[in-house]
Design a protein around this ligand. Structure first.
Ligand code: NAP
Length: 307
């Protein structure tokens, strides 16, 4: 019996789960050879455009290995009745951990200290400027969803005061609500950006918000690059309007503009928020569970509900 065919634009990790995919399905990598396929496997970063969907007339399911759906043309998927699944929750701890790591790296000058030693500056009797105590600062979380709340739990557990904003106030949560990003930025020192990406959130963190954050402020972005205005951020870092930044996501990955490469106290990571063996295994398993459910005619375990 021939195996069901799927188009895979991405590679699952680790290898044993990837092997499960290729032993259960006939995996096609070339979209031109996939006019009959009903299932596409993609990532949050790659998504699936309307043009790609047009090349796939039999498409019924877009299985995203990730939670960001900003790169999937959702209106087109909805119009054609194509289901979309994601991998929620199983990556939240990994991304929250990354956000915490970036805050510590920027606040305590960890990446800078590494470069300082390797360049020979320490051996030449130079000194690094003082860092800041991250855990003694007030944290603000912009985007209080699955990742934002997991991060809030970690920060609160370390004794930090946590404020948050989201599109709506959440009842019965331990952290204090601010009605918008500007009032959040005014009241916190560490601004963690964990909101969804997409057109409506482009430039959510702009020059006004960075000014409100102030010279003790650090911005950490683990959401999507465009959520923070790059030019405004680079200017705020260069001019000392804020103290530092930790960035896992960028506008035009894998290209990072010189303005950020040269900005002082800006810690950079190559979009590795969910890149742990533990998270990637659980994500890959969930991708397989969704694809298996589709072919078995069962309800999809983690459909992305389009609003
Ligand atoms: P989620 O559960 O859907 O949470 C998204 C949160 O963003 C919600 O609380 C939502 O508010 C809030 N939000 C959306 N627009 C907003 C706005 N304009 N102002 C304030 N808050 C806003 O998603 P998640 O699982 O936590 O993931 C969040 C994002 O992280 C993803 O969309 C993805 O872009 C990014 N991500 C990055 C990595 C990485 O490797 N760096 C990995 C995974 C995910 P409401 O609750 O009020 O609707």
């Amino acid at each position: 019996m021939s195996l069901p065919r799927i188009l895979s634009l991405a590679k699952l990790e680790p290898q044993d789960v990837a092997d499960r995919l290729t032993t259960t399905y006939q995996v096609i990598r070339d979209i031109a050879a996939a006019t009959d396929v009903e299932v596409v496997l993609t990532t949050g970063g790659l998504g699936l455009s309307a043009k790609q969907m047009a090349a796939l007339p039999a498409l019924r399911l877009i299985a995203v290995n990730g939670v960001g759906v900003d790169a999937v043309d959702l209106p087109e998927a909805r119009r054609r009745g194509i289901a979309v699944t994601t991998t929620p929750d199983v990556l939240s701890l990994a991304v929250a951990e990354m956000a915490l790591g970036l805050a510590l790296a920027a606040g305590r000058r960890i990446a800078e200290g590494d470069r300082f030693i390797r360049s020979g500056a320490w051996a030449d009797k130079n000194k690094l400027p003082l860092g800041m105590s991250v855990l003694e600062r007030r944290a603000g979380i912009l985007g209080y969803g699955r990742i934002g709340r997991k991060l809030a739990d970690l920060l609160r557990g370390m004794g930090m005061e946590v404020l948050y904003t989201a599109r709506s106030e959440k009842p019965g949560v331990p952290d204090s609500y601010r009605p918008d990003p500007l009032s959040l930025a005014r009241d916190c020192d560490l601004l963690f950006v964990t909101a969804a990406g997409g057109a409506e959130n482009r430039g959510l963190v702009d020059a006004e918000i960075l000014t409100a954050l102030g010279p003790r402020g650090v911005v950490v972005n683990v959401a999507r690059g465009p959520v923070v205005e790059t030019a405004a951020l680079a200017h705020a870092l260069q001019s000392g309007q804020i103290a530092g930044a930790g960035l896992d996501v960028f506008d035009d990955e894998p290209n990072v503009p010189p303005s950020l490469l040269e900005a002082p106290n800006c810690v950079l990571a190559p979009h590795i928020g969910s890149a742990t063996t533990e998270a990637r295994r659980a994500m890959a398993q969930l991708v397989l569970d969704n694809i298996d459910a589709y072919f078995a005619g069962r309800p999809l375990p983690t459909p992305y509900e389009q609003g």
